[in-house]
Design a protein around this ligand. Structure first.
Ligand code: FE2
Ligand code: FE2
Length: 312
């Protein structure tokens, strides 16, 4: 088939809302966009282990430690599925890791904020995993097959993460005044950065239209942000915390909440490398990668030997 008919068949697959699979022909721009999005997503899972991971050793009980440990391990698993999905497009995990630690690929802006108190473990589960769910549920229908299938499994675990965060905060809210204040302070810090996770406003998001035409993205940033607000406000009321937005108000006509605008200058500073923890996150990831070099070498040597033995 010539390029023209290949493109026509690709576009008709997209038009029928069917999946594009690794063996299928695809335009180079599509391949690059999927690689960029899936890699960024994978990196976010892996870097996202850091803020909460710091609290594993300081969790207040064995039960809380076991829950947090399992949650952080789930995130590692998500990163691995997503790196594998990305590898089906011809980029190796080693190259992706290289691009992350050299700052050539991004990860979610949220993980450049620190987890300062134990309540942050709950808030991250509730708001950050909550935002991840709003983002990722529609991605179960994304056009690239391996990405969509990994999203289905990941979303099940993310909703468990969100529940565990909510349950932790609910427990603290039933505790002492000090614990309630700790929860409120944490929610005050995380609310706006969580809303920024959906990316810039639609009129400032140049790639959205192409990504939607290709079925990679299913909703715009602002649409997903609205869903997050509508989902979260009633949960905040159940918890008894105040969301730090004076403009937050039910809009009867739209049957949705109106809300204020995040500080987009702060968002731009964070994604361009100047957030509170950018340097620390990458330095930590680089160190972990270097410390793991002997494991990768040993695994390769073992694989080579097993291969030789099976050929004897
Ligand atoms: Fe995850
Ligand atoms: Fe998660």
């Amino acid at each position: 088939m010539d390029e023209h008919s290949l493109l026509a068949s690709f576009e008709s697959t997209i038009g029928r809302h069917e999946r594009i699979e690794p063996r299928d022909w695809m335009p180079e721009g599509y391949r690059k966009t999927v690689v960029r999005q899936v890699a960024q997503h994978a990196h976010s899972e892996i870097i996202g282990m850091q803020p909460e991971g710091q609290w594993i050793g300081r969790a207040p009980s064995l039960r809380r430690k076991a829950i947090l440990l399992a949650k952080v391990q789930d995130e590692a698993g998500h990163g691995l599925y997503l790196y594998s999905a990305c590898e089906t497009l011809g980029v190796s995990r080693a190259e992706l890791t290289e691009m992350l630690i050299e700052g050539r690929q991004k990860y979610s802006s949220i993980f450049n904020y620190p987890a300062l108190s134990y309540a942050d473990v709950g808030t991250i589960g509730w708001l950050v995993d909550g935002a991840a769910i709003c983002n990722q549920v529609p991605l179960c229908r994304t056009s690239y097959g391996p990405y969509g299938r990994s999203m289905i499994r990941i979303c099940k675990e993310e909703s468990f993460h969100q529940r565990q965060g909510f349950e932790l905060l609910a427990t603290m809210m039933r505790g002492t005044d000090e614990q309630r204040a700790m929860v409120q302070e944490s929610v005050d810090r995380f609310w706006w950065p969580a809303l920024m996770m959906f990316g810039p406003p639609d009129d400032d998001s140049p790639n959205t239209a192409q990504s939607m035409a290709w079925g990679i993205k299913r909703n715009t940033n602002d649409d997903l942000r609205q869903r997050m607000v509508d989902m979260t406000v009633p949960q905040a009321a159940v918890l008894g915390v105040t969301l730090p937005d004076p403009d937050l108000k039910w809009n009867e006509e739209r049957q949705s909440y109106d809300f204020g605008a995040p500080d987009w200058d702060e968002f731009k500073a964070v994604i361009s490398g100047n957030g509170p923890c950018n340097t620390q996150r990458i330095a930590h990831r680089r160190r972990a990668h270097e410390d793991g070099a002997w494991v990768r070498e040993a695994a390769l040597a073992f694989a080579r030997r097993s291969n030789e033995e099976s050929h004897e």
